[in-house]
Design a binder for this molecule. Structure first.
Ligand code: KG4
Ligand code: ZN
Length: 338
């Protein structure tokens, strides 16, 4: 007998993207993201404006998602939402919306951890490849930088963390110093393409074990730019490509150093990356090059790198399969533990 494939609605609202996806089995039927342009002029996410924009976007995004998937709400088997970590006001919009749907449709609720969901996105069926357990995942976003040992769909252990800024934050803060609008990570990636990564050497931090630190780099870039601009007010414009390439090279080197240590220590060569920074072309290129050393590298499809509803839906599917249901009384959790 062929078993019916579950249909899961995934709702993501942890930061500044309002995202909804519909998943059938491991296949995405629709995946919509409404980005919030409003934050660009402030140089970073303004929490109150983010919550307000989520309120405005969430119904239209759901309607588009249902239409594209050719689904109605009555087809949905369960509702997965981001319980945390994230901004409280943003999480409140998605969680209240998910609870309302769960109550109204009488369908189970699935509480998803945003960081685990970034990793789970690798199991959506249209990625180039799927990692095998156990694997190591470098999870790099605007709020987190972690090396995770992934033992199964639901069993994941954090081996290392950033002790201060996240990798995405390091990109965004460096960009801000060069007056590149928020979020600066993707633009640094673009400018770096024609720059010399060795033009301006910045210090590579080395923390204990598998931990990271990016605050020293941030200060290093700030002092470097300040001094150079004092000598030549046009220094940034004249050297933008080289500065971006050098900053990117330093961040990628810091990330790969620790990941390489974990690969050696744990003798696991199955490696994946996840989170917004996994869209970075230099990180992807350098990781791919590691295949020459015997690594099996898994790069997520671009649309599953930055925040999206598809990753929440697939992480929810694993909870649904394990019958680990959420509860209506549970509040969102901005610092939800891994
Ligand atoms: O996972 P994500 O969408 O949101 C969080 O959970 O934080 O990650 C957003 C972060 C931002 O810091 C953004 O600048 C960074 O990912 N990012 C990139 C690239 N694309 C997104 N950083 C470097 N290169 C990119 N191509
Ligand atoms: Zn994220």
């Amino acid at each position: 007998m062929v078993q019916k494939q579950s249909i899961i609605l995934g709702i993501e609202s942890s930061c500044d993207d309002t995202a909804i996806a519909i998943l059938k089995g491991n296949k995405i039927l629709s995946n919509y993201v409404a980005n919030q342009e409003i934050h660009t002029e402030f140089g970073g996410v303004v929490p109150e404006l983010a919550s307000r924009a989520h309120q405005q976007n969430i119904i239209p995004v759901l309607q588009k998602g249902l239409k594209e998937a050719n689904c109605s709400l009555s087809d949905i088997d369960a509702i997965a939402y981001t319980r945390g970590p994230g901004l409280l006001g943003s999480l409140l919009v998605g969680s209240s919306f998910a609870k309302g749907l769960s109550l109204g449709l009488n369908k189970p609720l699935l509480e998803v951890n945003h960081m685990k969901a970034h990793i789970s996105a690798h199991f959506i069926d249209d990625n180039a490849s799927t990692p095998k357990f156990p694997f190591l995942c470098l999870t790099v976003s605007g709020g987190h930088t972690q090396i995770v040992l992934v033992k199964s769909f639901l069993e994941m252990e954090v081996l290392g963390n950033t002790l201060d800024d996240a990798a995405g934050e390091a990109f965004d803060k460096a960009a801000k110093m060069m007056e590149i609008p928020y979020p600066g990570g993707p633009q640094i990636d673009q400018y770096a393409k024609t720059g010399n990564p060795l033009a301006f050497p910045f210090k590579i931090s080395n923390m204990k074990g598998y931990n990271f630190s990016f605050s020293g780099l941030k200060t290093g870039i700030l002092y470097f730019l300040r001094q150079k601009v004092e000598e030549n007010p046009h220094f940034i414009q004249e050297n933008l490509n080289d500065i971006c390439a050098s900053v990117q090279h330093t961040i990628v080197t810091i990330l790969l150093k620790k990941l390489t240590k974990a690969v050696k220590d744990y003798k696991i060569s199955e490696v994946a990356i996840a989170g917004g920074v996994s869209a970075n072309s230099e990180l992807r290129k350098q990781l791919k090059a590691k295949e020459a050393d015997g690594w099996k590298v898994h790069l997520p499809k671009f649309e599953y790198c930055t925040d999206n509803g598809a990753m929440i839906a697939i992480a929810g599917k694993f909870l649904f399969d394990a019958q680990q249901f959420g509860e209506l009384k549970n509040p969102p959790s901005p610092r939800l533990k891994f």
